[in-house]
Design a protein around this ligand. Sequence first.
Ligand SMILES: *[C@@H]1O[C@H](CO)[C@@H](O)[C@H](O)[C@H]1NC(C)=O
Ligand SMILES: *[C@@H]1O[C@H](CO)[C@@H](O)[C@H](O)[C@H]1NC(C)=O
Ligand SMILES: *[C@@H]1O[C@H](CO)[C@@H](O)[C@H](O)[C@H]1NC(C)=O
Length: 399
Amino acid sequence: MAAKGLLRFLVAFLLLVGCLGRPEPPSPAPSSAPRTVDGITAIYNFGDSISDTGNFIREGAVGMMERTGGLPYGSAIGGATGRCSDGYLMIDFLAKDLGLPLLSPYLDKGADFTHGVNFAVTGATALDTASLAKMGVNMAHTNSSLGVQLQRFKDFMASTTKSSTEMREKLASSLVMVGEIGGNDYNYAFATNRPQVNNSGLYNIGHMLTGAVESLVLVPQVVNSITSAAKELLDMGATRVVIPGNFPLGCVPSYLSTVNEQDKASYDGNGCLIGLNLFAQMHNVLLQQGIRELRRMYPSATIAYADYFTAYVQMLRSASTMGFNATSAFKACCGAGGGAYNVDMDRMCGATGTTVCARPEEYLSWDGVHLTQHSYKVMAELLYHRGLASPAPVKFPRQ
Ligand SMILES: *[C@@H]1O[C@H](CO)[C@@H](O)[C@H](O)[C@H]1NC(C)=O
Ligand SMILES: *[C@@H]1O[C@H](CO)[C@@H](O)[C@H](O)[C@H]1NC(C)=O
Ligand SMILES: *[C@@H]1O[C@H](CO)[C@@H](O)[C@H](O)[C@H]1NC(C)=O
């Protein structure tokens, strides 16, 4: 019995497998005179495809997200920019709400970085790729891990400020976003040990166990890399830091379709895989412990936890009242294969044979991995205007 229960958990769990993807360069930024909100004049962002606004496509975009530099990515905003969605991302809505221009990607050498820089790269990991490779995890499509992004930040600051005092002053009126990042470390660990379609029995059980254990072992290391990066930024003078947790992975179409679990007991009341959501929460609980520690060390800084998990679940549960079509809550708008999830990991959005839904705004998921612009707008609202990023990193005027 115990063995069967464990197996079921692992099967459910296994799904973490991967998807990464991300799109490219941004577009129109509101260029009106900056109306500063709560004293914020710049945003520095670190992360992966959830917030990349064009770095990955400038690196050459290889791997499963190679199509994010072309349509239908960006179809809601006049063309692909490297953003992994039909339109804008949470970071864009946040910048707009702050009255700032959209964040330019660091690798866009000609861009204006007066109001911040986006270092996020699609596919990026929290741990560096060499450390992951030593642990047998070899899937990365970019070497621009959190550590590499942090070094780019230091290079940027060294070249744009004359002294550490000037840098501290700049950071004192900045918002620093450390993540979401780490999701890909787990994706790659699971994907490396993905069961083979034509194998079964002990061979695949061994594979799954390896993937599950490797992913579990990664959690404290991933969390430590995130909190260590945040600590360095606080030491350099950051006063407002936002650290997002992981999404409820068990609610994401790509994972749901890969797991293809038949047992109803593996799903919760929302239709999400219990095992995968537990895994995501394990990361989130450890991350919040690390954040509490940082708050003790830097009592005068605001260090917010952005609860992506709760925001996503709230959006899922209230989908129909938020303008989504509840029948599409688990289906990718852009994809192939139909069925409950419309995800085929061998034919990602943009590939031959994939289709795009007629009304993306009715879908939570854009390509099975990433969200639609509508979802990102709802998430940003829940996080930054309705308290799910706490303590509030920015005080918006009452509307
Ligand atoms: C990452 O770095 C390694 C070692 O320098 C290199 O072999 C590999 O091609 C790089 N991968 C990517 C995606 O740039
Ligand atoms: C799996 O086995 C079936 C039947 O033997 C075969 O047709 C198919 O090509 C195999 N698939 C893979 C991925 O090897
Ligand atoms: C939601 O989608 C289903 C399936 O495409 C459709 O039949 C239904 O009319 C849609 N509901 C709304 C409110 O648009």
